[in-house]
Design a protein around this ligand. Structure first.
Ligand code: C2O
Length: 575
């Protein structure tokens, strides 16, 4: 009809306008840090939470949105919040690691984190980055495609987030303090948890086991996050295949697997189709333990995938009638490194990408544990590590020490001298058989220091992360703040540039923020230093950070405003 042309173009104009208005949103949240009584494993204890919730609130945004989170500290501990995996382009002040990008938020004070999600989709999370507070102060950050876009896979019927955590029948801060005092390894946890609940296999826990409902034939997007403090975890669902579609908020070429492994810090998005007979199936997680002769928590946490039409629980099941137990999955052996290798070998970015081919900075970092000889002034009780030593850890033989009077970023941006040096070594001071059986005891003791490595804006960086067998080899989840990096290769033994360079995947390597470096092996990562600021890189096994398995990059500003760190917010905490 002739009359319709004018109104319909008007309508089109209006909808275009409103579409652009909703394109990106600003989300405001209040996080109140407080002590909250929580009952787990038959015992009530006060733990630190956000808004009284354990785990904390789930934040949901679209790619392109801005988050404004006001953190008010009503607890008796210093706190900071880190947005794990968020690139924080030019907004390093909002990154969160204590004494790295900010001073802690003192009891009674507050700080507002402001940042924009740019080009990331999938699952990230947030957690406290101060002492061991993150044992209870953590939550999910879900990033959906923007309104005009969609997932690169069929839209799932349901979505669930499973945060895997670790629980102590003690105040986690005391567990850490005790380890630092004695020099020994900290007590292992008493339980793993799914969304804060240990599940059916623990005492006093089956009333609150997490239940994930599904209809027959439905597909769920399950976002699995390893928020455990010190333990890489296997995760599997009885009788169901998992199709991996993303990790660390980057999409992957889908692949199918029975079991996934996540190092602390890592996230994995999987699709699960309910294609089995209606029933209840355990979703279970337990340790992947690669360190030798080290005590670990060998318990299993479970949630239940429950079909709506399960015989046990369809309408009419009277309360108190004993349900048949859910079906238990097969879990790999604790030390099943082969499963881990075949799993991580399947990771490919969804799309071919531009991996830097030429490298400006070729770095080689050893990562591992160490032993400090007992200082003369220390009583025996403070040297409870192996043979009367104290545990330590390092990268390139430097055991990282955080400053306490300024944050590194503040010292850098204000030019305050004496807080750090920029002489972190590009390679280990001594070459030795890194993964050999008999590393000389003289190489066990690192030096302490607050050493940064300086990068020019835009430089193309390659790092070989080389595990060592000092004390014990171990799979270390190495996390870089402020960046995603490509994992171009992984392998066992000592990295050999002559034969290993040919294995590099420069076409579709996975993009991640945390790499689980193979036990007694290596991983090679690449990134472009396009985000100015001070960025911590560390092992995400929290006990290893406490021992010094960390370093930081200082990335210079480039030219012009868009390549320059923003000015610090006015409410930035001071030390
Ligand atoms: Cu998720 Cu520096 O950490």
């Amino acid at each position: 009809m002739a009359t319709s042309s004018f109104p319909s173009s008007l309508f089109l104009l209006c909808s275009l306008l409103s579409a652009s208005l909703v394109l990106s949103e600003v989300h405001h949240h209040d996080f109140v840090i407080q002590e909250t009584p929580v009952k787990r494993l038959c015992k009530t204890q006060n733990v630190i939470t956000v808004n009284g919730m354990f785990p904390g609130p789930t934040l949901e945004v679209n790619n392109g949105d801005t988050l404004v989170v006001k953190v008010v500290n009503r607890a008796q501990h210093n706190v900071t919040i880190h947005w794990h995996g968020v690139r924080q382009m030019r907004t390093g002040w909002a990154d969160g690691p204590e004494f790295v990008t900010q001073c802690p938020i003192r009891p009674g004070n507050s700080y507002t984190y402001r940042f924009t999600i740019q080009g990331q989709e999938g699952t990230l999370w947030w957690h406290a980055h101060s002492s061991w507070l993150r044992a209870t102060v953590y939550g999910a950050l879900l990033i959906h495609p923007p309104p005009a876009s969609s997932y690169p896979f069929p839209k799932p019927d349901r979505q669930t987030t499973l945060l895997l955590g670790e629980w102590w029948n003690a105040n986690p801060i005391d567990v850490l303090k005790e380890a630092i005092r004695t020099g020994a390894a900290p007590n292992v946890s008493d339980a793993y948890t799914v969304n804060g609940q240990p599940g059916d296999l623990y005492n006093c826990s089956n009333q609150d086991t997490i239940v994930v409902p599904t209809g027959s034939g439905e597909t769920s997007l399950i976002r699995v996050i390893n928020s455990a403090m010190n333990q890489p975890l296997f995760f599997t669902v009885a009788n169901h295949k998992l199709t991996v579609v993303g990790a660390d908020a980057s999409y992957l070429k889908p692949f199918s697997t029975n079991v996934i492994m996540l190092g602390p810090g890592q996230t994995t998005d999987v699709l699960l189709t309910a294609d089995q007979p209606p029933n209840r199936y355990y979703m279970a997680a337990r340790a992947y333990q690669s360190a030798q002769n080290a005590p670990f928590d060998n318990t299993t946490t479970t949630a239940i995938l429950q079909y709506k039409s399960s015989p046990c629980c369809s309408n009419g099941t009277a309360k108190g009638i004993k349900k048949t137990p859910p079906i238990m999955p097969f879990l790999p052996a604790f030390n099943d490194t082969n499963s881990v290798t075949s799993f991580s070998g399947k990771f490919r970015s969804l799309r071919d990408i531009v991996v830097p081919k030429e490298i400006d900075e070729s770095l080689f970092f050893t990562i591992g544990l160490g032993l400090d000889n007992c200082p003369k002034s220390f009583p025996k009780s403070r040297c409870q590590g192996p043979n009367g030593t104290r545990f330590t850890a390092s990268m390139n033989n430097v055991s990282f020490v955080l400053p306490s009077n300024f944050s590194l970023l503040q010292a850098h941006s204000k030019g305050i001298p004496g807080v750090f040096t920029t002489d972190f070594p590009a390679k280990p001071p001594v070459r030795f058989d890194f993964t050999g059986n008999n590393v000389s005891r003289s190489l066990f003791q690192p030096v302490r220091g607050t050493k940064l490595y300086k990068l020019k804006y835009g430089s193309r960086v390659q790092i070989v992360l080389q595990d060592t067998s000092i004390v014990t080899p171990e799979n270390h989840p190495i996390h870089l703040h402020g960046y995603d990096f490509y994992i171009v290769a992984e392998g066992f033994g000592n990295f050999d540039p002559k034969k290993d360079t040919s294995k590099f995947n420069l076409v579709d390597p996975p993009l991640r923020n945390t790499v689980a470096v193979p036990v007694n092996g290596w991983a090679v990562i690449r990134f472009v230093a396009d985000n100015p600021g001070v960025w911590l890189m560390h092992c995400h096994l929290d006990v290893h950070i406490s021992w010094g398995l960390a370093m930081a990059f200082l990335v210079d500003n480039g030219s012009g405003e868009l390549q320059t760190l923003e000015a610090p917010p006015e409410d930035l905490p001071v030390c």
